[in-house]
Design a protein around this ligand. Structure first.
Ligand SMILES: [Zn+2]
Length: 421
């Protein structure tokens, strides 16, 4: 198997000592050491890669979990950024349901406008358009904006903030809904977004965000969701605290299955006439019982991850000692966190497979394991498949059931280490 000679260069990053939301001192509960960016897949001929410190902290006051090591956002959202959300079917279905939800939410308003920040190439906007709802998008990646505009969508290129909001207020109707799905967490300065909301949102309108849910992440050991770009991890408690600072009150919440567990949080400007849904109160009570303010809660999580790492590495070493050939299935950004944290290099994994042409033909960041497309012949020459895309383990085992028929086995690393058969 080919070994790559790629030198790592460490770059320091500015580190926050205080909470992004409330300014209290934050406490560290995990340290990943030096990590590559989760999306920085390497070219085989590349000779240098950059790694950056990565820690995870929590705030004992507002409970925001955050990565304190700050990467400049310009470095992340440039024209090379090539994540097009239209391509995945799960997201497509999600946005279909989301558009229907927003349509119900705005049913009492005459010809409402909905603004989406971080709209990517406009999956949601397209669905809204099909439902004859006026949609406006804002996104910072010029290539995805160009793709959306080509399809006739109204998208502005930039970071949504008070400045863009000030321009929009002159050129477009005030939105009844401002929304962002899974982009709110990817921003060191979410307050700029909220300042934009204050300028632009209709006074009787709604601010709706979808965020990955911290409690699901912790309960389900989904620590591979930690990466530099995803700097904030919200509970209902921490997002309510943040919205409250901007005069917004949470009036509704839905707990969905998106991305292993997400919250859809609906808020409005504070007003005595606001009705707060029972679901909000119920989830607040559930969170209060968990102890999200105590270090113990997070230390227990970190200890469970360390245990998972210990068990998996021991199992892989054992297989290797028996002369087995092992490959990893699914080379996503999440697998970059998973494998780097667990220290699983090309000594243990012969190669990775991934069906995305954006990753096949590349080399795994940090670990320098080659990534190939899914070629059955290559898979047949192995003995063990480590399902790095473990949240899709069931689908992968079903799709590749021939692997079991040939007497080979699968390893599912999380949330509980499992071998099949
Ligand atoms: Zn805080």
């Amino acid at each position: 198997m080919k070994k790559f000679k790629i030198n790592q260069m460490r770059r320091d990053l500015p580190r926050r000592e205080t909470c992004r939301t409330c300014g209290a001192r934050i406490a560290k509960f995990m340290d990943f050491g030096d990590m590559p960016l989760a999306g920085a897949f390497l070219q085989p001929e590349q000779d240098t890669e950059f790694v950056y410190p990565m820690e995870v902290c929590f705030c004992p006051v507002c409970t925001l979990v955050q990565i304190p090591n700050v990467i400049a956002k310009d470095a992340l959202f440039n024209e090379d950024y090539h994540y097009f959300s239209s391509v995945t079917t799960t997201l497509n279905q999600h946005f279909e349901e989301y558009a229907a939800f927003l349509s119900r939410l705005t049913a009492d308003f005459a010809s409402p406008t909905i603004l989406e920040f971080g709209c990517n190439d406009g999956v949601l906007l397209t669905k809204l358009k099909e439902m004859k709802i006026n949609g406006v998008g804002v996104d910072a990646s010029s290539n995805v904006v160009a793709a959306g505009k080509k399809r006739g969508l109204d998208i502005i290129c930039g970071f949504f903030d008070a400045k863009i909001a000030g321009e929009l207020v002159k050129t477009r109707p005030r939105p009844i809904v401002i929304t962002g799905s899974n982009v709110f967490a990817h921003n060191d300065d979410v307050e700029n977004i909220l300042k934009g909301v204050q300028v632009l949102l209709d006074p009787s309108g709604y601010f709706v965000v979808e965020v990955h849910y911290l409690v699901d992440l912790i309960k389900g050991l989904q620590f591979d969701f930690f990466y530099h770009e995803h700097c904030n991890y919200y509970s209902l408690q921490s997002i309510s605290y943040l919205l409250n600072k901007f005069d917004l009150e949470v009036v509704g919440v839905q707990h969905t299955k998106l991305h292993g567990g997400s919250l859809r949080v609906v808020s409005r400007f504070k007003n005595q006439a606001n009705l707060v849904a029972e679901d909000v109160v119920r989830l607040q009570e559930q969170e209060a019982a968990l102890g999200l303010q105590s270090l113990d809660f997070y230390q227990d999580f970190a200890a469970r991850i360390d245990n998972a790492k210990f068990e998996l590495v021991a199992l892989l070493k054992n297989e290797k000692a028996l002369g087995k050939r092992i490959f990893g299935y699914g080379a996503s950004g999440r697998s970059v966190t998973l494998l780097n944290y667990m220290g699983i290099t090309s000594e243990l994994l012969d190669f990775m497979v991934d069906e995305s042409p954006l990753r096949a033909g590349h080399v795994m960041p940090g670990l320098h394991i080659p990534i190939y497309g899914r070629d059955k012949g290559r898979l047949e020459a192995t003995d063990v498949c480590l399902i790095t895309a473990w949240t899709y383990a069931k689908e992968i085992v079903q799709k590749e059931s021939w692997y079991l028929d040939q007497g080979k086995k699968f390893i599912v690393p999380l949330p509980h280490l499992k071998t099949i058969p």
